[in-house]
Design a protein around this ligand. Structure first.
Ligand SMILES: *[C@@H]1O[C@H](CO)[C@@H](O)[C@H](O)[C@H]1NC(C)=O
Ligand SMILES: *[C@@H]1O[C@H](CO)[C@@H](O)[C@H](O)[C@H]1NC(C)=O
Ligand SMILES: *[C@@H]1O[C@H](CO)[C@@H](O)[C@H](O)[C@H]1NC(C)=O
Ligand SMILES: *[C@@H]1O[C@H](CO)[C@@H](O)[C@H](O)[C@H]1NC(C)=O
Ligand SMILES: *[C@@H]1O[C@H](CO)[C@@H](O)[C@H](O)[C@H]1NC(C)=O
Ligand SMILES: *[C@@H]1O[C@H](CO)[C@@H](O)[C@H](O)[C@H]1NC(C)=O
Ligand SMILES: *[C@@H]1O[C@H](CO)[C@@H](O)[C@H](O)[C@H]1NC(C)=O
Ligand SMILES: *[C@@H]1O[C@H](CO)[C@@H](O)[C@H](O)[C@H]1NC(C)=O
Ligand SMILES: *[C@@H]1O[C@H](CO)[C@@H](O)[C@H](O)[C@H]1NC(C)=O
Length: 350
């Protein structure tokens, strides 16, 4: 038993747990802590975790009400909102790209070895594909010159097993992909014969970046059924994120990650280390899910460099990323979640 100070809703007055359908690309460390330490239950929620197969599907689920909330790369929301006017809203930043790496099959040992090879991605016009292009460009390899090419496979939870297997389900050989938390640590702790290579870190070419963001459909912000549930969800994640980033809780956080991911303590410790990195971890300015503006502008600039915007030439990105009602970023739920926090002791075991 361990007593810990949490910031969580001071009093939750619900007779039965309310369901929140939560789509996510990965089981983040913050989610692992929230779930394993029972913080969602404390907040009166039954959170149904849905691992997303690919970004197209995931964002459609947000818009059509299949998911109540999604943690996904902010570039997707930027792309869909600015290029296609989709009514997606970012309500906070979860991370700055923990363990974002270019990883390769065992016999590909340098970025240059990828010349002439395919790289597997979620989408060739996604933020991660643009970040891969930055890495390869820094080694003199250009997509537009045909130095390498992309194959569309799906989200990291599909690509990682393909990279480990060395082939796609249709038998095509797999050489490299972008990995993120928690797959990078998994790759680093594979048995020696299967060990993947980490060829480069995204942070070596673009730093900081905003990666995972809490994303909802805009009309949920004015929906009296949705806002209380989402506020409680964010407050549980906020409490978990504070807990995770407090070094005094290291052992419990590592245990929570190990249990949630069903990995060894050795792997979970690498995951933990990635998750608490000040520049790339599950961190945000002020520690309160504020979006890192410099990191978001870096993501926008990389997309722009590779022609990923169809907005008018005079589109004002600075104005477009300023938070507010009806904008890409709206902190009203985040602010309500933090305002509703009371410091109290929870009796938890880890
Ligand atoms: C995305 O996932 C959905 C649902 O599993 C699937 O039907 C669709 O084919 C996938 N799209 C791509 C591009 O892989
Ligand atoms: C998005 O909305 C703006 C402003 O209303 C409009 O100028 C633009 O054509 C729209 N873009 C698309 C792709 O619908
Ligand atoms: C890696 O091994 C595969 C066969 O397993 C081969 O097709 C490929 O060319 C090798 N790559 C390099 C860079 O040696
Ligand atoms: C195998 O699947 C990949 C990814 O969908 C695709 O790019 C490739 O063309 C396929 N290869 C064959 C031989 O069907
Ligand atoms: C509010 O959201 C719920 C759950 O998605 C939905 O069933 C309901 O129709 C929405 N209400 C309004 C007024 O849009
Ligand atoms: C954390 O776990 C390690 C290894 O199990 C142990 O040696 C250490 O005393 C623990 N620290 C705390 C603060 O519980
Ligand atoms: C956890 O991992 C172990 C070893 O890889 C495996 O045997 C077990 O079935 C997994 N448990 C769950 C619940 O997935
Ligand atoms: C969150 O942190 C930012 C950056 O430090 C700060 O400006 C802001 O006031 C904080 N907001 C809340 C609601 O705590
Ligand atoms: C873009 O918007 C920002 C913030 O609203 C403003 O300060 C700036 O002057 C605008 N830039 C242009 C070129 O209009």
């Amino acid at each position: 038993m361990l007593l810990a100070i949490f910031c969580i809703l001071a009093a939750v007055n619900v007779s039965a747990l309310e369901t929140v359908v939560f789509g996510a690309f990965t089981q983040t460390a913050t989610y692992s802590v929230a779930n394993q330490l029972g913080l969602f239950t404390e907040a009166g929620l039954n959170v149904i975790f849905e691992a997303v197969p690919n970004s197209t599907y995931a964002y459609a689920q947000v818009l059509n009400g299949g998911y109540d909330i999604l943690t996904g790369t902010i570039d997707n929301a930027v792309n869909l909102r600015f290029n296609s006017n989709e009514t997606l809203t970012v309500i906070g930043q979860l991370d700055q790209g923990p363990d974002l790496t270019l990883a390769s099959a065992p016999n590909i040992t340098t970025v240059e070895d990828l010349k002439g090879k395919p790289l597997i991605v979620d989408s060739p016009v996604s933020g991660y594909a643009y970040l891969l292009r930055k890495i390869l460009e820094s080694h003199g390899l250009l997509l537009e010159n045909g130095d390498y090419y992309f194959q569309t496979v799906g989200s990291t939870n599909l690509r990682y097993p393909d990279l480990v297997a060395g082939t796609l389900p249709n038998g095509t050989e797999v050489y490299a992909t972008i990995l993120t938390y928690p797959f990078t640590a998994a790759a680093e702790t594979l048995p020696a014969a299967q060990r993947l290579n980490i060829l480069s870190y995204v942070a070596d070419v673009v730093d900081p970046v905003v990666s995972t963001a809490f994303t909802i459909r805009e009309d949920a912000l004015a929906n009296a059924t949705m806002t209380p549930k989402l506020t409680r969800f964010v407050s549980a994640m906020y409490a978990a994120n504070l807990y995770l980033n407090n070094p005094a809780n290291k052992n419990c956080s590592v245990n929570a990650i190990a249990k949630q991911l069903n990995v060894t303590l050795e792997t979970a410790e690498l995951d933990y280390t990635a998750a608490i990195q000040a520049d790339t971890g599950e961190v945000s300015p002020g520690g309160n899910f504020t979006v890192n503006e410099e990191g978001l502008m870096n993501i926008i600039n990389v997309r722009q460099e590779f022609g990923g915007f169809t907005v008018p030439a005079d589109f004002n990105f600075t104005e477009a990323i300023a938070p507010g009602t009806g904008k890409l970023i709206d902190y009203s739920i985040r602010d309500a979640a933090i305002a509703s926090c009371g410091k109290r002791l929870l009796d938890i075991s880890c």
